[in-house]
Design a protein around this ligand. Structure first.
Ligand SMILES: Nc1ncnc2c1ncn2[C@@H]1O[C@H](COP(=O)(O)OP(=O)(O)O)[C@@H](O)[C@H]1O
Ligand SMILES: O=P(O)(O)O[C@H]1O[C@H](CO)[C@@H](O[C@H]2O[C@H](CO)[C@@H](O)[C@H](O)[C@H]2O)[C@H](O)[C@H]1O
Length: 502
């Protein structure tokens, strides 16, 4: 559970793949965890910052092709990931240098290069800041390492009035559970600190995190961090020399919220201490409703049509089949789940109301408690396991409510994972359940205090969205944290038995 370099012994090789092959699968952001996959470098972008004779900052674009099959018969697919590396003629010194070393690469001239994980190497961080402030542009390299014809392969932007930190400002990689890799930059010249999120899985088109921050922060919405800049890139669609370029965002920079504490930590501390969280959950419900209102105002929104109802229902059915193919722990429940989803999928567009841009992967880890500012919502990228095109479609705001209700359940019940079957464990489970019920109810009340409608009135629709989320979570846990799969699995069972809506 770390965004830092995975613990892999450095290797040596004559091809970059010799180093990437053993290292990439151990990284937190590797999209094919636990499955058979092939990795292939399809593009390289040189960030011309350091002296290229001694230090080369290279962003590698790697295609990860996951094989079909596996224990539950999952379908294969392709992910494109960003792997920034720094190649150095001499080894780097410093506290985290050894941990960030992938290995030593010997080039065709017999010259050795020490290859480091970019976010943990100051040369990459400096180049990233130089990109953001427009001091450099990335340059595409072809397979032989020569400059390729493709223009504009990495270009930084920042909003008028924002001043990205100067290259060389002190920086550190955020440690913690993350799908991407974030670097906190705290300039010494008194200018505003920023957090730069380096996207790991790349997608064509505007990243929703960039889009949402660019729309909400100028509109004065303080419950979302201000945008400080972004880096747009272009990379070949495949390793074929004639492959067309695909463009999309490589990184986003936001104001760094100093002294903030995330809601997951606050909530889990409250569970452990047995403290009531209702007041905080109520405020979070109200903040969520306010951000939903701003998203509906700033980005496209419309009344749901019959097509939308069909799309939503198809989405639930597909999600269930995907979850069944990915997680064999669901196999025993397949019939009951198909029956439940078929019932929920008999939807009427009128019951859906308005569709709008939503957060899409809303949970307690996506919210910060900022001193003097209250709850601030982060990470509008949507679910990392869902295709990007789907994540930006107008959707039900209720999906985010369901996400946060699931998260209160997680916060409470993860404390009881692994407890033996004894009386004290039963008591702990009952206390966790009561805590979750109270937090879920308060969140809905807070939401209703802004919109005038309590999300629980949506009844079966809210349950269907929670079930959809819990199925996603089962797959997420199977892939990332198998010890926690019992948490969403218990929710699947409760939802199959009846409603769990608070
Ligand atoms: N603007 C910010 N200020 C302070 N901390 C932040 C900010 N943005 C993100 N973080 C921290 O980084 C963590 C990961 O950020 P997030 O955008 O959710 O990344 P990911 O998409 O990789 O999960 C958050 O949980 C939070 O602790
Ligand atoms: O990395 P992201 O924040 O984009 O989201 C992914 O990872 C989350 C875990 O960090 C995962 O959230 C699940 O676990 C949370 C507790 O760690 C819990 O609060 C959430 O309710 C639960 O969904 C999220 O699903 C995944 O997309």
């Amino acid at each position: 559970m770390s965004a830092q370099t995975g613990a892999v012994a450095p290797t040596t090789g004559t091809h970059l793949h010799d180093l990437l092959g053993p290292w990439v699968p151990h990284q937190r952001w590797y999209p094919a965890k636990g499955r058979e996959a092939r990795t292939e470098v399809v593009g390289r972008i040189l960030l011309p910052w350091a002296d290229p004779e001694d230090v080369r900052v290279l962003v590698h674009v790697v295609r990860v092709t996951t094989a079909a099959g596996g224990p539950a018969g999952s379908t294969g697919h392709v992910d494109v990931v960003q792997v920034p590396l720094v190649h150095r003629r001499a080894p780097r010194t410093g506290p985290d240098a050894a941990a960030a070393l992938l290995g030593v690469l010997t080039d065709p001239e017999g010259i050795g290069w020490y290859v480091y994980d970019g976010p943990h190497d100051p040369a990459y961080v400096e180049a990233l800041l130089a990109l953001l402030s427009g001091q450099i542009r990335g340059v595409a390299l072809d397979a032989s390492g020569e400059q390729a014809d493709h223009a504009g392969t990495a270009v930084g932007h920042h909003p008028a009035g924002a001043t990205p930190p100067e290259p060389g400002s002190p920086a550190r990689v955020l440690r913690g559970e993350q799908s991407n890799t974030s670097i906190i930059v705290e300039p010494e010249d008194g200018s505003a600190p920023v957090i730069v999120k380096v996207f790991r899985t790349l997608h064509p088109g505007r990243n929703p995190d960039v889009e949402v921050q660019a729309s909400l922060s100028p509109a004065g919405v303080s419950a979302v961090p201000a945008l400080a800049g972004w880096v747009e890139g272009a990379w070949p669609a495949s390793a074929d020399a004639s492959a067309p370029l695909v463009s999309g965002d490589l990184a986003v920079a936001s104001e760094f919220l100093v002294g903030a504490q995330d809601a997951w930590r606050e909530a889990t501390a409250a569970v452990v201490a047995g403290t009531d969280f209702s007041e905080r959950a109520r405020a979070l419900g109200a903040a969520t409703a306010q951000v939903h209102a701003a998203l509906a105002e700033q980005l496209p929104s419309r009344s749901a049509a019959d097509d939308d109802a069909r799309r939503l229902a198809d989405g639930w059915r597909q999600r269930l089949e995907w979850a069944l193919s990915e997680a064999d722990v669901l196999a025993d429940r397949a019939d009951a789940l198909r029956e439940r989803v078929a019932t929920s999928a008999a939807l009427d567009a009128a019951a859906l109301g308005v569709l709008q841009r939503v957060h899409g992967d809303y949970h307690l880890g996506q919210v910060l408690d900022v001193p003097g500012r209250g709850w601030v919502l982060l990470d509008f990228e949507g679910e990392p396991l869902r295709p990007l095109a789907e994540r930006t479609l107008p959707d039900l705001a209720l999906r985010d409510v369901a996400g946060m209700l699931r998260s209160f359940d997680y916060a409470a019940r993860q404390t009881t994972v692994g407890l033996a079957e004894e009386a004290s464990a039963e008591e702990a489970r009952a206390a966790a359940s009561a805590w979750a019920d109270a937090a879920r109810a308060a969140f809905c009340e807070g939401y209703a205090s802004v919109t005038g409608a309590d999300p629980r009135e949506a009844g079966a629709l809210l349950d269907a969205l929670e079930l959809d989320k819990a199925l996603y979570e089962v797959v997420y846990e199977v892939r990332n944290r198998p010890a926690w799969v019992a948490v969403p699995l218990a929710a699947v069972d409760r939802l199959l038995e009846g409603s769990t809506a608070a």
